[in-house]
Design a protein around this ligand. Structure first.
Ligand code: R5P
Length: 283
């Protein structure tokens, strides 16, 4: 088996290759002077199980993913699995207003022609998986990896910032063996959210808010403020995908005691790897 890492996931692809006992392929990924991307796979892929780890976010990485898929297609590989650690555009999984695209479906249609199998991690909308028609696709849950990290840090209570994420929060709380509850969120627009006041018994407790994505940080900031009002001793923000738009991290650091994310998007908050979860699916 051979693992190819896109430029968005150097650490994750190395961890995954290590977990799978696979070779990490050599690549040449660069830009032409006019900005167009160039990719080249430098290893031989004929007769091999090939795993490509490459994000569809930000937009330039989507192009890179397509180019890498096309490069792989030129080989006589045995099986091709495309791992998309963070599936960008999954939040637009339906038309919210007339005239809009179903962006998640557009991404699927562009990608599904290449691999035999697509794996993604903690996708925002499960419905995205159903758009795949010409290849198999599966969403992998990283709840065990989140739980292991939070157990190591030490937490007493898990909170989902909205009802949409309660299932993940429940799994994480069960893995750790601590209680769980959820807040009620009202999204006004892409930048503004409101968290309804609700009584949760977090007084004196070390609380972790578990979410799939942190983007502007609005959800976590409002949730953290609410939990601190309820007497939480500390609040950790834990997510799978740390996007941290604009100055989100600075603002989060002012109201949370710790911010951690996985390596689906590699950044300064990356504190745990989803490689074991992906490897469990591939091995
Ligand atoms: C929304 O349903 C998601 O689960 C996240 O809560 C959301 O994407 C976070 O966005 P932001 O950080 O901009 O509040």
């Amino acid at each position: 088996m051979i693992v190819i890492g896109g430029s968005s996931s150097p650490k994750l692809s190395a961890s995954l290759a290590n977990k799978l006992g696979a070779t990490l392929a050599k690549t040449d990924i660069k830009r032409f002077p006019d900005g167009e991307g160039y990719v080249r796979v430098l290893d031989q892929l004929d007769g091999q199980d090939v795993v490509l780890v490459s994000n569809t976010y930000p937009d330039e990485k989507m192009i890179e993913t397509l180019l890498l898929c096309d490069a792989i297609e030129e080989f006589e590989y045995k099986r091709f699995t495309l791992v998309i650690p963070y599936f960008g555009y999954s939040r637009q999984d339906k038309q919210f207003n007339p005239g809009e695209p179903i962006s998640a479906r557009a991404m699927v249609r562009a990608l599904e022609v290449y691999p035999d199998m697509v794996l993604t991690v903690d996708i925002h909308a499960d419905s995205t998986i159903e758009w795949f028609e010409t290849c198999d696709a599966k969403n992998v849950s990283a709840h065990l990896e989140i739980a292991n990290k939070l157990k190591e840090i030490g937490v007493d209570f898990i909170v989902s910032p909205d009802e949409g994420r309660i299932r993940t929060a429940e799994k994480v709380s069960k893995d750790i063996g601590v209680p769980c509850d959820y807040l009620v969120k009202d999204r006004i627009d892409g930048n503004i959210v409101r968290i309804e006041p609700k009584h949760i018994d977090v007084s004196g407790k070390r609380v972790a808010i578990v979410d799939d994505i942190i983007s502007t940080g609005g959800t976590i900031i409002k949730a953290s403020n609410e939990l601190k009002k309820l007497g939480a001793a500390s609040v950790i923000a834990a997510c799978t995908h740390g996007l941290f738009a604009n100055n989100a991290l600075d603002r989060l650091n002012m109201c949370c005691d710790n911010v951690i994310s996985s390596d689906t998007l590699e950044n300064q908050t990356t504190a745990f790897s989803v490689a074991p979860a992906i490897a469990r699916e591939i091995a």
